[in-house]
Ligand binder design. Structure first.
Ligand code: UDP
Ligand code: MG
Length: 324
């Protein structure tokens, strides 16, 4: 039977934890009873340096119920880092892990379908919001714009998928290979590969507490996502440089012809041409320098160049590695 771990990052969530934990407990008990998951399955709350009583509550939950566990981070490291800490911590002891927010905006009934898809051979199952009716217009507008802009700028993410997903143990092991410091899980997880699937659910309202993602945090999250996943913005500069450079050539012809036709005041041609020429040259050079910085940037990330899915050559003993 497969062991499921649910990982829940929590930042100042004292208001929601009692309700969340009791609902998750109910869910887990039902899953265990129906034989879908092993009885050793657990719910792990990751306390992300909360300033309120969150960690105290998690500790109480753990003492009263062996189903609940907790991880306490040294300080507030942000949602993404808290999530990664939880996932990597449970990796060696689980067969699959589901990450979800503490506020239960993501429908926990989708868990059953996720597990089903896992048994059908998917290593990663994305929870995708089918509707956002309960979100305010502003939140919906900004959040959906966020996914569009992200994809446009080369950070490929699953549309309307936040961090509610199931990952198999080997998918987690793949994730562990990404040593990125600028962490944007939604962009990295699709790079792991394997069989993936999608489960749709309706997003609910936060039942207590406030969103810990105000607009300011969302913007910096988007910026982080783009700059930590892609070097496309830099390519734009190079392309722009090439374009302006081409315009400078046109300007050259235009002003030289104008000069011979006598339509110009003295000095106009040379100034016009040099403005465009130098502008184009500058942008192009910045772009080229940027390309090199981009290479350094990708190099310093030390992303895995591949993740081995399978190795069927059992007889050979390459590098003395142990095979299953
Ligand atoms: N969170 C966290 N650290 C932070 C901010 C948020 O661990 O610095 C957690 C938070 O407790 C919640 C999840 O990340 O479980 C998502 O936050 P929230 O629900 O406020 O975001 P929203 O749903 O409004 O986008
Ligand atoms: Mg939320």
């Amino acid at each position: 039977m497969d062991v499921l771990y649910i990982v829940v990052p929590c930042y100042n969530e004292e208001e929601v934890l009692p309700e969340t934990s009791s609902r998750l407990k109910e869910k887990m008990e039902r899953l265990i009873e129906s034989g879908k998951i092993a009885s050793k399955s657990r719910v792990i709350f990751v306390n992300d340096g909360s300033k309120d009583r969150t960690w105290e509550i998690i500790r109480q939950l753990h003492t009263s119920e062996s189903l609940f566990g907790g991880i306490n981070l040294s300080c507030n490291r942000g949602h993404q880092n808290a999530l990664l800490a939880g996932l990597l911590a449970v990796m060696p002891i689980c067969d699959m892990a589901i990450s979800m927010d503490a506020d239960l905006q993501d429908d926990i009934d989708a868990i059953d379908t996720m597990i089903e898809r896992y048994h059908n051979g998917s290593d990663i199952v994305y929870g995708v919001r089918s509707k956002r009716e309960t979100d305010t217009f502003f939140k919906r507008f900004t959040a959906e714009g966020f996914y569009r802009v992200m994809n446009l700028l080369g950070a490929n993410t699953v549309y309307n998928h936040a961090d509610y997903r199931l990952m198999s143990r080997r998918a987690l092991e793949g994730l562990a290979e990404f040593k990125e410091v600028n962490l944007f899980l939604r962009g990295i997880v699709p790079m792991i590969g394997y069989n993936t699937d999608v489960v749709y659910y309706e997003r609910k309202e936060r039942f207590a507490g406030e969103s810990k993602y105000p607009l300011k945090k969302m913007l910096s999250f988007a910026f982080e996502g783009i700059t930590s996943l892609s070097i496309k913005p830099m390519r734009f500069i190079t392309a722009l440089g090439g374009f302006v450079f081409a315009v400078s050539i046109l300007m050259l012809f235009y002003s030289v012809i104008g000069y011979f036709q006598g339509r110009t005041v003295p000095g106009w041609s040379s100034i016009m041409v040099s403005i465009w020429f130098i502008g184009g040259l500058l942008l192009l050079s910045i772009g080229v320098v940027g390309e090199y910085i981009g290479k350094i940037y990708l190099e310093t990330k030390q992303r895995p160049r591949y993740i081995i899915e399978d190795f069927i050559n059992q007889e050979s003993d390459l590098d003395g590695n142990e095979q299953e």
